[in-house]
Design a protein around this ligand. Structure first.
Ligand SMILES: Cc1cc2nc3c(=O)[nH]c(=O)nc-3n(C[C@H](O)[C@H](O)[C@H](O)COP(=O)(O)OP(=O)(O)OC[C@H]3O[C@@H](n4cnc5c(N)ncnc54)[C@H](O)[C@@H]3O)c2cc1C
Length: 594
């Protein structure tokens, strides 16, 4: 049996004390009323829902899984009632425009909601999670008619969204996709093709599922430049908004998979289903990226959520499990043995997890605030700067959150010894559940190629220059603060390594076509660690201001900050060496020798 307590104190610390979010957010048009009190109230309500309603369904949902019978997907027991409560609480439309019934709240808050929901029940979170991306894409690229017809019900949670990219022969390389759309002559299209691995492709939670589907028009250019986006509802919608005929589409089967068993992963067959174009013909991939960028951040939040859950449960276990004695003398002589938390190795595992989770939470919150600024700031230059930062950080949040999620759930499983490997304690579920976050929404390798192949060169390196300028401003501000030197100097060193490796990659990749691909994952990890160190400097600064106040929270923060600098960040040295080793060792051996 696992337990989950939403880390509200830490969330508030980051929101209010590190980033002064109230000041930034209330200055944005439309967010004038988003005061600290409003944000705290939202977080508290969400925490209750996650702890009391969603988390109790996590292990039972895994055991039972989804079922598929007579064309109908059924979610595990309790999901339907929980979803109703979730929708009635207005959580589906948290960030959606009030014009369509949404609450119009910041993406920053939505990040915390995604993290809490993910920790409580990763599978459940996918249903509303996919809807959110659908709403965003529709809001940005849909016609007024499509928005009017579909958004209010998506916002209320009566309907749900799904994202249809993947086909049997077409995963990372979307240029290969074959699904087709032919104009009906009345403004609608006939969409045909098979999509696989579609999360929340169908369920018994809602009355209608609104699919965003990538397909090709008859005159489409080859490759990814010939892809259009279509909205295809499970049930057609009458002019009065009521549900009409069943569309020519359905679920072929659901996948039996390693984890997230409460989330239905569907094969979708579109057999001339009626759909409507979203955005311009052949520009569908760009429209879909509105959804994908949101979902990539969401997947990062999922990774962080499982690290948090694993850390909480492993810490409780380590304080309780008695094995061996502390090397420097028994700590609990009256007991048969000391709790395993006395052992340096167990402390290493727990502190590693905590140092990573808290930095990633801060980084994800920061990135989501950049999204808010990029959407709403009155000044165009500020919007562009924020958009650049959010774009740069998206692959880092996605791959960093999920990659560390796998690493940390595994470390925390190890804290349980053999008890981690059996079902009862829930750790093996976390390891299984989080594994998909490294794969879907573009594998982590695809994220690292996005960073090194696209984001690095964009606008003559404008995004990386923006990151360096932002962190330089912080370094200048803190350079005379000797009490922060133990945090600032390791960060400065990591930042210098990152800058130097970036330069090295740019200089050497022209002569070696395989260089970027060979070092992309290591480079992304360097960027992730440097960004996390940046967050730790900011958190240490805020904590130091209150250290000695009698509130142990701040002193604890500093212990964790020191752990990060001493025992996590030094990975930069080996990553630096790995990047500079280039592609030769990976590419030298002939394919036939494998
Ligand atoms: C549970 C689950 C839920 C999913 N949900 C959805 C969903 O809702 N909607 C949807 O459309 N899809 C969904 N997917 C599909 C998912 O996004 C893809 O599985 C993923 O993008 C990878 O595609 P693929 O499986 O075809 O692997 P492939 O693309 O065949 O990749 C195989 C391996 O090759 C690597 N690779 C591929 N190309 C390159 C390259 N150019 N350079 C270096 N390495 C490369 C990959 O990183 C990977 O390791 C889901 C998948 C699963 C398992």
């Amino acid at each position: 049996m696992t337990t989950y307590t939403a880390p509200l104190r830490d969330m508030r610390f980051v929101l209010h004390e590190v980033f002064a979010a109230e000041k930034t957010l209330t200055a944005l048009p439309g967010f004038e009323d988003v005061t600290a009190d409003v944000m705290d109230a939202v977080l508290e309500e969400c925490a209750k829902l996650c702890q009391d309603v969603l988390h109790p369904l996590n292990q039972s949902g895994d055991l039972e899984g989804c079922t598929f019978k007579d064309g109908q997907v059924t979610t595990p027991k309790g999901f339907k009632e929980a979803y109703k409560q979730y929708a009635q609480g207005g959580w589906c439309g948290l960030t959606a425009s009030p014009d369509f019934g949404g609450q119009g709240l910041p993406e920053a808050l939505d990040y915390y909601v995604a993290e809490m929901v993910g920790s409580a029940n990763l599978s459940f979170g996918l249903y509303p999670g996919l809807s959110q991306g659908t709403m965003l894409a529709l809001t940005a690229h849909g016609t007024d008619e499509l928005k009017k017809t579909y958004l209010p019900k998506l916002v209320s949670g009566e309907w749900q969204g799904a994202m249809n990219l993947t086909e049997p022969h077409c995963g990372s390389d979307l240029g290969l996709l074959r699904s087709k759309a032919i104009a009906n002559g009345d403004g609608s299209y006939k969409v045909s093709g098979t999509k696989i691995f579609i999360s929340a492709g169908d369920s018994d939670l809602v009355d209608n599922v609104i699919h965003l589907v990538l397909a090709r028009l008859p005159d489409a250019p080859e490759g990814s430049r010939g892809i259009s986006l279509f909205l295809v509802p499970k049930f057609l919608v009458n002019t009065d908004g009521s549900l009409g005929a069943r569309n020519a589409m359905g679920v072929g089967s659901i996948e039996h998979k390693m984890g997230i068993k409460g989330s239905a992963t569907c094969v979708m067959n579109f057999d001339g289903a009626k759909g409507w174009l979203v955005g311009q013909p052949h520009k569908g991939l760009a429209c879909m990226f509105t959804m994908m960028n949101k979902e990539r951040m969401f997947v990062g939040a999922q990774g962080i959520s499982q690290s948090e859950l694993a850390y909480q449960n492993a810490t409780a276990y380590a304080k309780d499990r008695l094995q061996g004695r502390a090397a420097d003398g028994a700590k609990y002589p009256s007991k048969a043995a000391d709790p395993i938390i006395v052992h340096p190795d167990i402390r290493n595992k727990l502190l590693y997890a905590r140092a990573v989770v808290e930095a990633q939470r801060a980084l994800a919150l920061y990135a989501h605030m950049q999204v808010d600024i990029s959407h709403r700031h009155a000044d165009a230059a500020a919007r562009e700067r924020a958009d650049d930062m959010a774009g740069l950080l998206t692959p880092i949040i996605k791959a960093g959150g999920s990659g560390f999620g796998s690493e940390i759930t595994n470390l925390c499983l190890q804290v349980f010894g053999g008890h981690g490997y059996v079902r009862e304690w829930g750790l093996e579920q976390m390891v299984r559940d989080v594994r998909i976050t490294e794969i879907y929404e573009g594998t982590n390798t695809i994220q690292s190629l996005d960073l090194i192949g696209r984001k690095l060169g964009l606008g003559g390196g404008r995004l990386v220059k923006g990151f360096m300028a932002e962190t330089e401003t912080m370094l200048s501000r803190l350079q005379s603060r000797s009490e922060l030197a133990e945090f600032v100097l390791p960060f400065k060193d990591a930042r210098a390594k990152l800058a130097s490796c970036t330069q090295w990659i740019v200089e050497n990749s022209q002569a070696d076509a395989n260089l970027r691909g060979a070092v992309a994952n290591d480079y992304l990890r360097m960027f992730t660690l440097t960004s996390m160190a940046w967050m730790w400097v900011l958190m240490a600064e805020a904590a130091l201001a209150k250290s000695g106040s009698g509130d142990s929270f701040y002193d604890t923060k500093l212990y964790v900050a020191r752990y990060f600098m001493a025992k996590v960040l030094p990975q930069m040295a080996s990553l630096d060496a790995l990047v500079r080793a280039g592609s030769a060792a990976a590419m030298a051996m002939p394919e036939s020798a494998f």
